[in-house]
Ligand binder design. Structure first.
Ligand code: AMP
Length: 578
């Protein structure tokens, strides 16, 4: 934490060498720093009712902590967090009262969770940003310029007790330290605040694109929180580019922009610029199927940046297509609950990205996950290379031994600190009887089947799944939205391939004896996943943190209704027919 504070003081004269030096020192001494960090967290929050009730009695040593404090999930802490949100300003979870609440994306549970947010989490955010930037900039230096950032503030509201509540990313963007840090990292956002906080996603997206074009020569990088938003932005560009050109040419603003604050801010930036409009027009007309669109529009961009691992891997093919040779660098690993690790090896190929834990931003434990059995958690420096673990977080904002629900694999060590590969969410997705398929298994199966589409120059735009128990026996349903029309024959093959690619022994044996029915592939109308996104936005979710739900249960009835109501064709697997 001391390092983070020191770095914050240095904003404005960002010293990359020093950041790297501090990081190397910290990661070389991870065990000691972890103990110190835990001690500091427990000292600061000594008076917290939660710790008192557990009987920690002010002890700050690791042994007492592990003995007394149980592993918990969000459900266990929810009543405490709810009290805070309702206005209880006594030390419930933290010594200092919590004044801000973050809303997690909530796409996994079908609803947003409340998470405590405080200054320390903000400092952690800046520390992570600066750390990965220092390493990134060493390999891919950027000049002074701007960042085309597809970021969107979500609505902030007051909880019953008067606390400000918004998505974690919104809480970060609203903080003045965020802007200062971005400026110190030479990358202020192209778009004015009114666009970022416009609260009307489609209008903000249009204006982000327009701002990017207006500053096209200055753009040093293109980014978003998750890669999904970048792909979505350029898919939108494909549809609206002529309208954008017209705005640039005439110095006018499309009538689709109706929010007065966005209009006013954008009109200040616009003046007739036929030369720029011609140049954009020429570039777009010269591209073949939009290949290389990003470097064509932004010739000085050095890389594309955003979370690209885990559930974002689906979008990499499309992003590569838009990026041509421009490097794709994955952003750091964190959650609304707090940051965990930074990408300090930006030259590693995107799919292989690992994240090095920052030992001073929280106390981390890892539950080995082998054969679906939960083992006892181990400490940060006790993990083993090649093993898979569920991440457990203790942070400065009132989460103690909190199961984050993510599974990671230890790929190596950076000094004495593990390098993690993000694998998937830990909860099982698809299960009917003895079968167990995770988000990762589903992704692998979809990737395998999608290869059959490549021959037809088609791709899976997005996907989801559902366990259909209304049939007897129950079966898996996979929903696909495709970029174009595929033949009956190919889709039949894809359906069989999906079914065959679930290699889990439980699934295979159940399929063979018809304990699980044939997998069904349902093809969706174009734009269906946009409808799913719109549904979440209408509920107050932020685009920044949006992750397509990879499995939709019956309790998520609205989304299931959107998916089922937009099926245009469906296929039943014959892969296990005798
Ligand atoms: P949120 O609930 O919106 O805060 O999203 C946090 C979740 O996003 C994490 O728990 C992960 O499941 C996922 N996530 C965050 N960063 C990464 C990353 N670098 N790679 C893969 N998944 C990530």
């Amino acid at each position: 934490m001391r390092v983070a504070v020191k770095m914050l003081e240095k904003i404005g004269e960002f010293n990359m060498e020093k950041v790297i030096e501090d990081f190397e020192a910290m990661t070389s001494d991870a065990e000691r720093i972890q103990k110190e960090t835990l001690k500091k967290i427990l000292e600061q929050n000594r008076s917290a009712e939660y710790l008192q009730l557990l009987g920690l009695n002010g002890r700050t040593d690791l042994e007492s902590f592990k003995r007394v404090v149980p592993l918990v999930t969000h459900t266990d802490l929810d009543p405490y967090i709810q009290r805070i949100a309702d206005g209880d300003s006594s030390p419930v979870l933290t010594g200092k009262p919590i004044t801000t609440i973050s809303l997690s994306s909530g796409t996994t549970q079908g609803r947003s969770k409340f998470i405590p947010f405080n200054d320390e989490l903000m400092e952690n955010t800046m520390q992570i940003y600066q750390t990965s930037f220092a390493f990134r900039n060493r390999e891919f230096p950027i000049g002074n310029g701007k960042a085309l950032q597809f970021i969107y503030g979500s609505k902030q509201f007051q909880t019953k007790g008067g606390l400000a509540a918004g998505t974690a990313t919104t809480n970060v963007y609203r903080c003045s330290k965020f802007k200062e840090t971005m400026k110190a990292m030479q990358t202020p956002c192209c778009s004015p605040d009114e666009v970022i906080f416009g609260l009307e996603f489609h209008q903000s997206l249009y204006c982000h694109l327009l701002c990017g074009l207006l500053f096209s020569d200055e753009v040093q990088l293109v980014s978003s929180t998750f890669a999904h938003s970048i792909v979505q932005a350029f898919r939108t560009f494909e549809l609206l580019w002529e309208e954008l050109c017209a705005d640039i040419r005439d110095g006018s603003l499309s009538s689709r922009i109706t929010v007065p604050s966005i209009r006013a801010a954008m009109l200040k930036l616009l003046e007739p610029n036929p030369e720029l409009a011609d140049s954009v027009y020429r570039k777009c007309s010269g591209l073949s199927n939009w290949y290389g669109l990003i470097p064509a529009l932004f010739p000085n961009a050095k890389y594309i940046y955003g979370v690209m691992t885990g559930s974002m891997e689906l979008y990499l093919n499309k992003l590569r297509h838009y990026a041509a040779d421009l490097p794709l660098l994955s952003a750091d690993y964190g959650a609304s609950e707090g940051w965990i690790a930074a990408n300090v090896n930006p030259k590693v190929p995107t799919e292989m990205t690992t994240y090095v834990v920052l030992p001073n931003i929280g106390y981390f434990e890892f539950i080995p996950v082998r054969d679906g059995i939960d083992f006892k958690p181990v400490g940060l420096t006790e993990v083993k290379i090649g093993e898979e673990y569920e991440v457990v977080v203790t942070n400065f904002a009132g989460l103690y031994r909190y199961r984050l629900g993510d599974v990671v694999k230890v790929m190596g060590f950076h000094n004495s600190t593990p390098e993690l590969k993000f694998l998937c969410r830990s909860n099982l997705l698809l299960t009917i009887n003895i079968d167990k398929n995770t988000e990762k298994d589903l992704q692998i199966s979809v990737e395998e089947a999608a290869k059959l589409l490549a021959a037809e120059k088609l791709e899976v735009v997005d996907f989801s799944s559902h366990v259909d128990l209304s049939t007897n026996p129950g079966h898996y349903v996979i929903f696909w939205e495709l970029s174009g029309e595929a033949s009956q024959e190919v889709l039949n093959e894809c359906c069989n391939c999906l079914d065959k690619s679930f290699v889990d022994a439980g699934y295979r044996s159940s399929r063979k004896v018809n304990g699980i029915g044939p997998l069904e592939l349902r093809i969706l109308r174009k734009g269906t996943f946009q409808k799913v996104l719109n549904h979440y936005l209408a509920q107050g979710s932020a685009v920044n943190q949006f992750k397509t739900p990879r499995c939709v249960g019956v309790n998520n009835s609205k989304v299931l209704q959107i998916l089922c109501g937009n099926v245009v064709r469906s296929f039943t697997s014959t892969a296990y027919d005798i």
